[in-house]
Design a protein around this ligand. Structure first.
Ligand code: SF4
Length: 473
């Protein structure tokens, strides 16, 4: 456990200090304490380290106070731990957004790099990656509508079974079978009432995610797509994604349904191609199922298929990641989304075990150098497949302080993924647990959350719609 003591007047930066402490001491509990403790007191109270946060220098110009303060905290934590952070002092989830702003101000990439080095200690491969991604995102965004554009997100919170690392709103469909129809009825009502708030503007993208939308039956999926396509001119959107996700939910019939609507992009998500890992994490499908589902999607005519991977799953090493990428290469997916498991999810896996009750072994995944080696293996595999990094985000507490990266063939970038990261346009989100986001012309952003529970969502639907009305009316 790590304790920290705050000087008066620095409360505004508590979030940032917590972020840095969490990154320097991954997986440890971080607790704010009221006063410094002697070594003996700290040990007795169970603290491994007690860190006295320095005073910010309030004599500096306003815009420099925070960054200077964070660099000082970083320097001190670097001395205490003897480590550096790959993302320097950046603790937010969207490091590319900052770079994008600088590029939009007209700064040249070399000047942006220098600024990021000096201000945030961001350097080396992460800096190059972030700049390359921001430039690619800029080029993609230039082809979309401006701030008046929007995207429609629809969430289906059901899955064939619950994966043990899952942090999404999702219910196993066999156990929640009686809830599916009432959910769809409520969802359709929410879509009917909310989409008119966008005043007839055609969305740039439509994204059906979850959960696993293809956990629905073919006829339910048909009704969902029919509803959406009746409310927006789906044949005019720039991207229409259905996250098919779990291979065990994909059938030729469902693929045929999707092909009968203007769906342009789907996901078939292996997470890993190691069977023992799939068994451990409760995926309840085989490596062969992944290959079969992908083949079926190709046979159905889909020419833009994404595959999601997770790095840091129990027992996996960089060698497993290399092997997974080698198995995916012959499939030639148009994009790969590589997630690093968060420490919180990892520890849940570790404590709860997989669905089959096995004791999970993390093995190499959490050895010091391994997360970075896995990320490099994934990047190299993606590059060999001709895919370029095009979007990136970080989460709190990621294993090895890493990031999630999307790789795609040029022209096959997931537009919705970029839009959600860069916050340039509004997102109207329907379904339990989803968050709508209004981006106003002055850059201000406001959010409206939908409740997570299925029954609560049904009972409070008018309130959910009213929240959206307040955003856009
Ligand atoms: S498929 Fe995705 S949403 Fe469904 S349980 Fe697994 S991780 Fe969660």
């Amino acid at each position: 456990m790590i304790g920290f003591v705050y000087p008066d007047g620095t409360e505004n930066f508590e979030y940032d200090v917590r972020g840095l402490l969490t990154s320097f001491f991954p997986g440890e509990e971080i607790r704010k304490i009221p006063r410094p403790l002697s070594e003996e007191e700290a040990r007795a109270a169970g603290f491994r380290v007690v860190y006295a946060v320095p005073d910010p220098d309030f004599s500096l110009p306003y815009e420099e106070i925070k960054n200077t303060f964070k660099r000082r905290v970083y320097d001190e934590l670097h001395v205490i731990t003897g480590t550096d952070l790959p993302w320097g002092t950046l603790t937010g989830i969207r490091p590319t957004k900052l770079i994008m702003q600088l590029l939009e101000e007209g700064r040249r990439p070399a000047a942006v790099a220098e600024h990021m080095r000096r201000t945030y200690y961001l350097d080396g491969e992460k800096l190059s990656l972030a700049i390359a991604i921001a430039q690619r995102e800029r080029a993609v965004l230039a082809g979309l509508s401006g701030p008046e554009g929007w995207s429609l997100y629809t969430g289906i919170p059901f899955c064939p079974s619950r994966c043990s690392y899952c942090s999404f709103t999702s219910y196993p469909i066999d156990k929640a079978a009686s809830k599916v129809e009432p959910y769809l009825e409520t969802l359709f009502y929410e879509l009917e009432q909310s989409i008119p708030l966008m005043k007839g503007v055609t969305p740039d993208t439509i994204y059906i995610g979850g959960g696993t939308p293809t956990a629905l039956s073919a006829s339910q999926l048909d009704r969902l797509l029919d509803k959406i396509c009746g409310l927006v001119p789906a044949d005019r959107v720039k991207e229409f994604t259905v996250e098919a996700g779990r291979p065990d939910s994909i059938t030729p019939e469902k693929l045929k349904v999707m092909r009968s609507y203007p769906v342009t992009r789907i996901s078939v998500n292996p997470q890993t191609m190691q069977q023992r890992t799939l068994d451990t994490i409760g995926r309840r499908h085989t490596v062969e199922d992944i290959l079969r589902a992908f083949g079926m999607a190709r046979d159905a005519g889909f020419d833009n298929i994404n595959m999601d991977l997770i790095l840091g799953l129990p027992g996996e090493s960089a060698a497993d990641v290399r092997n997974t990428l080698a198995q995916l290469a012959p499939l030639a997916p148009e994009s790969l989304t590589v997630h690093a498991l968060t420490i919180k999810r990892a520890s849940r896996l570790r404590h709860e075990g997989g669905e089959n009750g096995e004791e999970d072994r993390f093995g190499p995944a959490y050895e010091k150098e391994e997360p970075a080696a896995m990320m490099r293996a994934a990047a190299a595999g993606a590059q060999e497949m001709g895919l370029f990094p095009y979007y990136l985000y970080r989460q709190k507490n990621m294993a090895g302080n890493l990031e999630n990266v999307g790789y795609a063939l040029p022209g096959k970038e997931g537009l919705y993924n970029i839009l959600i990261m860069e916050e340039k346009q509004s997102i109207l989100a329907a379904g339990a647990g989803n968050i709508s986001k209004a981006v106003y012309p002055d850059g201000r952003i406001e959010r409206a959350d939908n409740v997570k529970g299925l029954e609560e969502y049904r009972l409070r639907i008018e309130e959910m719609i009213e929240r959206k009305r307040k955003l856009w009316l």
